[in-house]
Design a protein around this ligand. Structure first.
Ligand code: PGA
Length: 244
């Protein structure tokens, strides 16, 4: 089995019911040849699924709790995401790690809950700028992989997103050799346990750099923030992946 190609959009805390019109354009304009996923704020999940109708577009959550249900005000269980129509959930995004103090162990527990609910967990890893400058990128990422991936992970229920923290929302990206180096290390580290796992790159992916990034070995897709909010920005990225 070859890794599946996935173009994933992360709307973060952006969008409202009016923004769902973008979904019509994505469903109408998307090419086959890769999976396409949009992860909106949780309140938009169900209306987005309704809007997609029979269209070939996946939706996902941006986080879930590690428990199945209970007294956790403001949190969302993985089964509730699945019930709303989600197929995937992003876990351990650097914004969750920074804003909410999520540790690798938290991410692993959430991923276990996601798998129990039948969701595909997109587990995010990535170094800060200080870590890159200190030359510790590969060690940092190896440790995040080791700590954030639960034993129940398989190539089918897990996706790994390499997202250098300093490239997110900044317009800066690593050079191709830097992306290739990290993706090769991740592929190698997971070769025994998750041999066909999809490896996404994330951080300032846009139409102008997508083709170049998708040509890099072991890049099976992208996790896209800002450029996923508008169909006109996102569709060229989807096309570039489908053509890669
Ligand atoms: P960006 O965000 O594409 O806006 O840099 C990527 C991400 O955080 O997943």
């Amino acid at each position: 089995m070859a890794p599946r190609k996935l173009a994933a959009g992360n709307w973060k805390m952006n969008g409202d019911l009016a923004a769902l019109s973008q979904i019509d354009a994505i469903v109408a304009g998307r090419e086959t040849g890769c999976d396409v996923l949009i992860c909106p704020p949780a309140v938009l999940l169900h209306p987005m699924v309704a809007r997609i109708g029979g269209g070939d577009l996946l939706v996902g959550g941006q986080d879930c709790h590690h428990a199945g249900s209970g007294a956790h005000t403001g949190d969302i269980a993985a089964a509730q995401l699945a019930d709303a129509g989600a197929s995937h959930v992003i876990l351990g995004h650097s914004e969750r790690r920074a804003d909410h103090g999520e540790t690798d162990a938290d991410v692993a527990a959430k991923a276990r809950a996601a798998h129990d609910a039948g969701l595909i967990a997109i587990i995010c890893v990535g170094e800060t700028e200080a870590e890159r400058d200190a030359g510790t990128t590969l060690d940092v990422i190896a440790a995040q992989l080791q700590g954030s991936i639960p034993d129940c992970a398989t190539s089918a229920n897990t996706v790994i997103a390499y997202e250098p923290v300093w490239a997110i929302g900044t317009g800066r990206t690593p050079d191709n050799a830097q992306i290739a180096e990290v993706h090769a290390m991740i592929r190698d580290a997971l070769s025994a346990t998750l041999p066909d796992v999809s490896l996404l790159y994330g951080g300032s992916v846009k139409a102008a750099n997508a083709t170049e990034i998708f040509a890099i070995d072991n890049v099976d897709g992208a996790l896209v923030g800002g450029a996923s909010l508008k169909a006109a920005d996102f569709l060229p990225i989807v096309s570039a992946l489908a053509a890669s």
